[in-house]
Every structure is written in structure tokens, then in C-alpha cells.
Ligand binder design. Structure first.
Ligand SMILES: NC(=O)c1ccc[n+]([C@@H]2O[C@H](COP(=O)([O-])OP(=O)(O)OC[C@H]3O[C@@H](n4cnc5c(N)ncnc54)[C@H](O)[C@@H]3O)[C@@H](O)[C@H]2O)c1
Length: 356
């Protein structure tokens, strides 16, 4: 039995990871350190045993020191971040504070307890990062590998790049036992409604526009969050210390194709289940029309990266990683979850508006 700290474990990917870790390591105690910002939600952890929520800021080094010392924690899985690119354009300060200074605060505390105070035990600091640190690809460029040069373009990706460099430096300079993963766009249960997939899904259900930036041809690789959690588990169990692993879903799609898949799945769900028309009367699908009629082109995001793609050869060949779902299957599961969990997302739609 071990105790692990999951920072940002009340957010989207962190909460999915806590659920995943609870299943695969039932004896561990999981300490979630989360500041519960607009994106954090204690309800994401409902029903889990041996999960302790500590509401606090990763910038609070004394708090992290206390947790590490008092609880004998030897593993930190670090998800906590400001994560929404659009918000980083209008308000970059919080991104630098949490993503750069917050990550440094965790590294400092981990170094103090694990190295300077010298337990001598193996330890692990796993840092969760993004493919956005690599910048933007042209249509024919090879996908991002772990050796692609960093070229972040938004305040969000620049702050994540800064945090990646600090993790690297703490390994190379002090010997802290770190790993880093850079993943593509996640989707799945518990995703805050401001992000593209839940936004499109919930807008299709409520008859609101589906806003598409620019010409809709920005390409992303889509990764179901459960496949991402599996990748992180493999890195924690078998990854080499000091290494970085790219984690992708193998599903490169332009936004227009994403919206078409979302609309197709929503329309099909209404055809299969007539009660949806009663629950969501404003949806075009409730009147037998296509959700695609809600598609609306809006002014492009400033500095919008054109294409991201992930070369996941390293994690596949070294650790045996393989995503279990393609996008249609992963989205079908996600839609099913959102239809079942209106109690979860309804209050958050209001919160997403207020937080904007
Ligand atoms: N969502 C994606 O598609 C994606 C893709 C690549 C990488 N990532 C990375 O994965 C991680 C998790 O992303 P997410 O989508 O779950 O984010 P999220 O915004 O849903 O959740 C972030 C969580 O961190 C918490 N938090 C924020 N600031 C904090 C602070 N100062 N101290 C403690 N907790 C704080 C929030 O309360 C929230 O629970 C992030 O590091 C993000 O950069 C996300």
C-alpha cells in the first residue's frame, strides 16, 4: 500500500486518472491536491474510497512539504494547471503563476523531502504536459516526436513548456526521478463544458450554435481520456526515469470532421431513444432535423495553431501502449456518459458562462 499525490485531481483528466488508479491500485491512498478553481469539481471524486481531497494551491510549498513529510508520499502525478488556451489569451498571468511557478513549487518540495532530507527511497514526479509545446505543423510535416524542438505559440503552451523545462532541469541537475508525458487533445467524462467536445455536445442538445473557429480545418489528434490514463499508468510502472513520452490517440481530425461525428452521433441517439426529444426539446434532432444546422463559423482564435499530430512510436514500442478506441467509438461512449450525467453538467454550464 502506498500514498500518492495527484495534483489537479478534481479537474477533468486528473479525476479520470484518480478513478483509473482506484481501479488498478485498489490499496493505495490517493491524496488529491486541488485548489478547486472554476475548472475543479469535488463531485468528480464522489463515490471513491480512500481518496482524500486537500483543497490547496500547488504554489503553497509549505503545504506540499507538509503532505510529503507527514504522509510519506513517494509519488506525485502532476495534472494541476490552467488549461484553456482561450483564457490564456485574455488572462495569461494565472497561467504563468500556476503552470510555471506552481510546478516549480512542487519540484522544490519534492527535492527537499525526497533528496535533501534523503529518504533514499525510490520516488517519482510525473508531469503531465501537452503536445502544444511543439508548436504548429504544416499539412505534410512529420508528427511531433519526443525530440521535436519546442516552439510554443500561446501563453498556455509557453507556460507548459516552461514547466516541462523545469522538470527536465530538476532531473538533470539534482537527480530528481521524473517522467513527463506530452499528450494530444483529450475528451471524455468530467470534461468542463468550455472545451470543444462537451461544448459541441451540450449545444447540440440545447439547440445552440456550434461555433467553429476560422475555416474549421485546424487539425488535432483526439485521445480518449481513459486511453490517456492508461498511458500514464504504463509510464509510472515501466517508464524510464528522466524520459519524456508522447501520448496520442492516433485520431488526427480537422474540427469540421469532429463536429460532423458529434452531430451524427447525437442525431442517431435521438432516433434510437424517443425520450431524448422530451428531455431536450430545443435540439434540432428532437424535431428530426440534423444537428449540423447549428454549425456556425466564427472569427479565428488569435495565433491559432494549424495542426498537431503525435508520433507515439516511443511509448508503443517501449511500454506497449495502444489506445483502445478510435474517435467514433470514444465519442459514442462520451455522449452516453453526458446523456446519463445531466446532473453533473447542468450546474457547470452556468459556471462556464460566469467564469468566462
Ligand atoms: N485537456 C486536454 O486536452 C489536455 C491536453 C494535453 C495536456 N493537458 C494537461 O493535462 C493537465 C490536466 O488538464 P485538464 O484538462 O484536466 O485541466 P482542467 O482545467 O480540467 O483541471 C485542472 C485542475 O487543476 C486545478 N488547479 C488549477 N490551478 C491550481 C493550483 N494553483 N493549485 C492546485 N490546483 C489547481 C483545478 O482546480 C482543476 O481541478 C494539465 O496540466 C493540462 O495542461 C490537457
Amino acid at each position: 500500500m502506498a500514498e500518492i499525490i495527484v495534483t489537479g485531481g478534481a479537474g477533468f483528466i486528473g479525476a479520470n486518472f484518480v478513478h483509473h488508479w482506484r481501479r488498478v491500485s485498489p490499496d493505495d491512498t490517493i491524496i488529491v491536491l486541488d485548489a478547486l478553481t472554476y475548472a475543479g469539481n469535488a463531485a468528480n471524486l464522489d463515490g471513491l474510497d480512500q481518496v482524500e481531497l486537500v483543497v490547496g494551491d500547488i504554489c503553497d510549498t509549505d503545504l506540499v512539504l507538509r503532505l510529503l513529510r507527514e504522509r510519506g508520499v513517494a509519488t506525485i502525478v502532476h495534472f494541476a494547471a490552467e488549461s484553456h488556451v482561450d483564457r490564456s489569451i485574455t488572462g495569461p498571468d494565472a497561467f504563468v503563476t500556476t503552470n510555471v511557478i506552481g510546478t516549480h513549487s512542487l519540484l522544490k518540495a519534492a527535492k527537499t523531502v525526497w533528496l535533501d532530507e534523503g529518504s533514499g527511497k525510490p520516488h517519482r514526479f510525473h508531469h503531465v504536459s501537452t503536445d502544444e509545446v511543439y508548436g504548429s505543423l504544416g499539412p505534410e510535416d512529420p508528427a511531433f516526436s519526443e525530440t521535436t524542438a519546442y516552439a510554443p505559440n500561446s501563453p498556455y503552451s509557453a507556460s507548459k513548456a516552461g514547466s516541462d523545462h523545469l522538470v527536465r532541469a530538476y532531473h538533470h541537475t539534482y537527480g530528481l526521478e521524473t517522467t513527463t508525458s506530452n499528450c494530444s487533445n483529450n475528451y471524455g467524462p468530467f470534461q468542463f463544458p468550455e472545451k470543444l467536445i462537451p461544448l459541441f455536445t451540450l449545444n447540440a442538445l440545447s439547440g445552440k450554435n456550434l461555433p467553429i473557429y476560422g475555416d474549421g480545418m485546424n487539425v488535432r489528434d483526439w485521445l480518449h481520456v481513459e486511453d490517456h490514463c492508461l498511458g500514464i499508468e504504463l509510464i509510472l510502472r515501466k517508464g524510464r526515469i528522466g524520459e519524456t513520452y508522447n501520448v496520442g490517440g492516433g485520431q488526427e481530425l480537422p474540427n469540421l470532421a469532429v463536429i460532423e461525428e458529434v452531430c451524427k452521433a447525437v442525431d442517431a441517439a435521438f432516433l434510437r431513444d424517443p425520450s431524448l426529444a422530451v428531455r431536450f426539446p430545443a435540439a434540432p434532432a428532437a424535431q428530426g432535423r440534423s444537428s449540423l444546422e447549428l454549425k456556425t463559423f466564427v472569427t479565428d482564435r488569435k495565433g491559432h495553431d494549424r495542426r498537431y499530430a503525435i508520433d507515439e512510436t516511443k511509448i508503443r514500442s517501449e511500454l506497449g501502449y495502444a489506445p483502445a478506441r478510435d474517435f467514433p467509438q470514444g465519442f459514442a461512449e462520451t455522449l452516453h456518459w453526458f446523456l446519463e450525467r445531466e446532473d453533473w453538467w447542468k450546474p457547470l454550464v452556468e459556471r462556464a458562462k460566469i467564469a468566462r
